[in-house]
Design a protein. Structure first.
Length: 90
């Protein structure tokens, strides 16, 4: 599945390629907004200091980038504009 979130955490695009797990539209919105909130919290309370990166420090990703579980993997790419591209693989 591919999800695209805007900088406020709202789901703006979704595409399912997983025939096994069918989520309702509300479940998809709930899943992505929850991930956005948890990722924002993780970026603030992270014990590891990010390097400033000079004038391009805003390009450093923050928050959760990968979430591995026994049954799925969620990869998140953070863009410089604040959008998030999330891919979930079973």
């Amino acid at each position: 599945a591919l999800y695209i979130l805007n900088r406020n955490g709202s789901l703006i695009y979704e595409q399912d390629r997983m025939g096994v797990l069918q989520l309702s539209s509300n479940d998809k919105i709930r899943l992505t907004s929850t991930f956005h909130g948890i990722s924002a919290i993780a970026a603030k309370i992270s014990p590891v200091q990010r390097s400033s990166g000079g004038s391009f420090g805003f390009l450093q990703p923050s928050g959760i980038q990968v979430l591995d579980a026994d049954t799925f993997r969620l990869q998140c790419y953070h863009t410089a504009t604040g959008m998030k591209f999330m891919a979930m693989v079973l």
